[in-house]
Design a protein around this ligand. Structure first.
Ligand code: ACO
Length: 320
């Protein structure tokens, strides 16, 4: 009996505060035109002081549970993909587990920067297939705004806050579910995109440092590898893909990947214009957006991809 990890529900949460490019240009030497042309971003949502990675994750998770018609009692595995935990330890996943009222199984955080959700989905899929759990909550939640140097126009304009979640269940006798994932890292990119703080080095939190050009060049090349690679492994042609749900770092990077796949614009889910780069939260946010507005339907073949700090990158193929 083949076990498949099937997505039963999705949910997401965005903070109320919306900051436009125009708002940023009031105190930064930048413009709406520059940001739009280089990134496709026109606004981002920013967490209120009393909102944390955990509180946003809980909102998204509750919506995903409702969509799946399940309750917290059904969940026996919780993985939180994040680079912005509430505290260094315990895991923010533990706090979410307790707040949701999940009383069995296990919960942990997983960090792979912007590729965190792809890595968490792949981990969950492997654990479900090993029957270590039956029903999982996989969440991406980030308060990127707290890692930004708001004086640095090179990074401050790129990121936003938010959370997205999916409920995954191990099922047999179904064609639906995760078909497979491709994960890659190359530590040679460590210094090109990183946060210059940490408990074992500076004992401060630090802010995001980035060599934008170098990250851009690597992202385009690595994502080409990730999408072509996973299609080859699963013997799937480009024409069979119904939707591309990419990590929303930059519209130009997404356009390059879609072009490589020969996918028309209307098959690509874009949420970056209003949400910016929410790191590990961007794929579940985009997925939920397209499920809720009726574009992505049961049975559709979805390709997700991400590239980010590490470098870490990857892709996942899902029959919804
Ligand atoms: N407004 C106006 N001018 C700006 C801004 C801004 N917000 N930011 C930089 N500039 C200026 C620079 O100072 C520079 O000026 P100079 O020529 O006088 O020195 C000029 O614009 C060009 O700067 P570049 O960095 O070379 O601009 P580029 O065309 O590469 O665009 C960008 C920058 C948008 C950051 C691009 O490199 C990019 O998208 N890179 C990928 C970034 C990314 O996706 N990061 C997230 C990865 S995922 C993760 O894990 C977090």
């Amino acid at each position: 009996m083949t076990l498949r990890s099937v997505i039963l529900g999705t949910g997401s949460y965005l903070p109320k505060k919306r900051v436009t490019n125009h708002d940023l240009s009031q105190h930064l030497d930048t413009s709406h035109e520059w940001i739009m042309e280089r990134t496709g971003i026109s606004a981002r949502h920013i967490a209120a002081p009393e909102e944390y990675t955990s509180t946003m994750a809980i909102e998204a998770a509750q919506k995903a549970l409702t969509a799946a018609q399940l309750t917290a009692q059904d969940i026996d595995m919780l993985i939180l993909a994040t680079s912005t935990p509430d505290h260094v330890f315990p895991s923010t996943a533990s706090r979410i587990q307790e707040s949701l009222g999940i009383s069995k199984g296990f919960a942990f955080d997983q960090a792979a920067a912007c590729s965190g959700f792809i890595f968490a989905l792949a981990t969950a899929d492997a654990y479900l297939k090993q029957e270590m759990a039956k029903t999982a909550l996989i969440i991406g939640s980030e308060t990127m705004s707290r890692l930004l140097d708001w004086e640095d126009r090179g990074t401050a304009v790129l990121f936003g806050d938010g959370a997205g979640a999916v409920v995954l269940q191990a099922q047999t006798q179904t064609d639906r579910g995760i078909l497979g994932s491709l994960l890659r890292t190359n530590g040679a990119g460590y210094d090109q995109l990183y946060v210059n703080g940490g408990p074992s080095t500076t004992q401060t939190i630090g802010t995001i440092q980035m060599n934008g050009r170098e990250v851009f060049r690597n992202a385009v090349n690595r994502l080409e590898e990730a999408v072509e690679g996973i299609l080859k492994i699963h013997n799937i042609s480009q024409e069979e893909i119904d939707w591309l749900v990419p990590h929303q770092a930059n519209k130009r990077i997404i356009d390059a990947t879609a072009k490589k796949l020969g996918l028309p614009e209307e098959k690509v889910i874009h949420t970056g214009a209003d949400q910016a780069n929410t790191s590990a939260a961007s794929i579940p946010l985009a997925l939920d957006n397209a499920v809720k507005d009726g574009r992505i339907k049961k049975g559709d073949l979805v390709l997700c991809e991400a590239f980010g700090a590490g470098y870490a990158w990857g892709s996942t193929l899902i029959r919804m």
